[in-house]
Design a binder for this molecule. Sequence first.
Ligand SMILES: [Cu+2]
Length: 120
Amino acid sequence: MNLRRSATLFTLFVLCLPIGSRGWAEAPARTIEVHVHRFAFEPSEITVKAGEKVRLDLISDDVPHSLVVRDLGINEAVSKSHPSEVVFTSTRAGDFQGRCGRFCGSGHGRMTFTIHVTGE
Ligand SMILES: [Cu+2]
């Protein structure tokens, strides 16, 4: 067997491996869709597990907003024309408070978002 054929067979072997079950690639994120509009996040609370990789799909239904959850390092703009994606993994349990970080009108201060992180 020549070197080129061996390399091709090895490549095919690697491509056929069930990557997820071997832990060579990160597990796909759990996706939660969050709509943002004046003056609320929907849902306004989510519950995830510590160590769980979570993807938030943030969609504005009206004007530009943002989601800021300082303790989880989240600070993401949300616009109507471009849905945003945030991926995070909290390693510790607790309740993490978020808010809209972009002034969007008289009710802006009431726009809160809570991430409950439960133990593994
Ligand atoms: Cu706002």
